[in-house]
Design a protein around this ligand. Structure first.
Ligand code: FAD
Length: 466
């Protein structure tokens, strides 16, 4: 199929938001061109294990989890620390169940619900992101008026004299091409974790974090919108995720994130210590907060220490809970005593023994005077001592997976300029946008927002063509 010179909708970026936007534009009768910079679709969506934060789902009900839309709304507002945009939260809350049902209708099977950060009840619905985006891609290829082009990097958005965005310029096969749009352009180019330039600009404290996610996620879409006067929001609240493997420990040089995994034995009974074998956080708190604290530790390195009970709580096939898989990859060391365990990674054995003994004492007393830890994760789960041999230790650090802040949009996904006015013909969805998360991210809300707002953006761009 040749690349069309004019379409109703152009979508930039073929991750989750881009596929949802393109499909929804096609379902609304629009002709659509989906352009992807990398040589294949998927982006960050395909690189993570994938959990969607949905509330009041039939699966939660079946599992006896008492959730509600109001509870989700409150949790999102609390997570955002008073900085998240309530119009976006309201749109998320209003549309999320329909998005869950749409996914179920497409054949996706949600089978478990897990508790995670900032969720007052278990709300993470795990499913492989790679699987989701592959199924959506096949479905898109089946649409008559949809065209997908890989190795096509969006470069610029061009406006008519009336200010409306009318053309997209992109690089493909060594040429610069242009496609005109009747309806709108939807920017779905993901985050900017792979751009040193933007990380240095917005969050220099993360320059040393391991980078994970889509290799082509360099903030192109953010820059394209910025060049047209778009406002940016939440870029001051970037956060990293604790628990990324140090693949070549004790060699700390490789922070590319290639082949890195995430694991959180701390949420099933472990603790986190630094190079001095000292705890540095309430481990039940957000992995974003622990992630920030980890970057402040010597060499930005931490060690999750846990026992056989925690290893037995491993959830096969589900990162970041599949501790056995991490062990089999050689990322976790083991020993029969805490002192021997310390030696496997060069920690002071006496110091680690003392830390574990002190922590076990806090668990027994029901009071952690050092960091105030009360639960395994958030307000969920009873603490257990680290007592059953063999013991395990996982050297890790903080990774920048997603960048949460970005282009300002309204609750219809229209891109807003610095004066709060919508830029005609321009929409954005997914990780390239800011506003929903505020100061912190409720676990699972990044994938869900890509699907929820991607669908909305595609429908709105299609409508604009009429
Ligand atoms: C390891 C890992 C685990 C994660 N786990 C979770 C989780 O459990 N729950 C959760 O909610 N979130 C999670 N996230 C975050 C979540 O995966 C992302 O926020 C989400 O997938 C973003 O979707 P997206 O469609 O906006 O962007 P992406 O999926 O990154 O897609 C963006 C696409 O745009 C393309 N692109 C970039 N520039 C251009 C250009 N100039 N022209 C054309 N195309 C371009 C990219 O190549 C990419 O394919 C995780 C992220 C990682 C890395």
């Amino acid at each position: 199929m040749s690349i069309p010179e004019t379409v109703d909708v152009v979508v930039l970026g073929a991750g989750l938001a881009g596929h949802c936007a393109a499909l929804s534009a096609a379902e609304n009768g629009a002709s659509v061109l989906l352009l992807e910079k990398a040589d294949n679709f998927g982006g960050s969506t395909a690189s993570g294990p994938g959990s969607f934060a949905f509330a009041a789902t039939p699966l939660q009900k079946k599992l006896g989890i008492d959730d509600s839309l109001e509870r989700l709304r409150r949790d999102l507002i609390d997570a955002g620390g008073g900085k998240a945009r309530e119009d976006l939260i309201d749109a998320y809350v209003r549309l999320q169940l329909a998005t869950y049902e749409w996914m179920v209708g497409l054949g996706f099977r949600f089978e478990r619900v897990e508790a995670s950060t900032y969720q007052s009840v278990p709300r993470s619905h795990p499913i492989s992101g790679a699987h989701v985006v592959t199924v959506l891609h096949d479905r898109l290829l089946g649409c008559d008026k949809a065209c997908f082009v890989a190795d096509a990097r969006g470069l610029r958005l061009e406006r008519d004299t009336d200010g409306r965005v009318r053309r997209v310029a992109y690089q493909h096969g060594g040429d610069e091409l242009r496609t005109a749009v009747n309806g709108g352009v939807v920017i779905c180019t993901g985050g900017f974790a792979r751009s040193d330039r933007l990380i240095e600009k917005f969050a220099p404290e993360f320059v040393n974090a391991v980078r994970m996610g889509g290799m082509a996620n360099e903030g192109d879409g953010l820059l394209m919108a910025w060049a047209l006067g778009a406002d940016l929001i939440d870029t001051g609240w970037l956060s990293g995720t604790f628990g990324a493997s140090l693949n070549h420990y004790p060699d700390l040089a490789d922070r590319s994130g290639r082949g890195s995994i995430l694991m959180h034995p701390i949420f099933k009974g472990g603790i986190a210590v630094n190079r001095h074998a000292r705890r540095f956080a309430d481990e039940s708190g957000s992995y974003k907060i622990t992630g920030r604290l980890c970057l402040e530790q010597p060499d930005a390195v931490a060690f999750q220490v846990f026992d056989q009970n925690t290893m037995d709580a491993s959830v096969p096939g589900m990162m970041p809970r599949d501790f056995r898989a991490g062990f089999e990859k050689g990322l976790v060391r083991t020993a029969g005593t805490i002192a021997e365990l310390a030696q496997t990674v060069g920690l002071d054995p006496d110091a680690l023994e003392a830390t574990v003994a002190r922590y076990n004492g806090f668990v027994q007393a029901g009071h952690d005077p050092e960091f105030g830890r009360m639960h395994l994760i958030g307000a969920i789960g009873e603490l257990t001592p680290i007592a059953r041999a063999p013991f395990y230790i996982y050297p890790c650090t903080t990774a920048l997976l997603s960048t949460y802040g970005g282009i300002a949009v309204d609750d219809q996904t229209r891109v807003l300029d610095v004066h709060g006015q919508a830029i005609a013909g321009l929409f954005a969805a997914g990780e390239v946008t800011g506003g929903l998360h505020g100061t912190a991210y409720l676990s699972g809300s990044s994938l869900a927002k890509a699907a929820i707002f991607g669908r909305l953006a595609g429908a709105n761009a299609a409508r604009a063509a009429r």
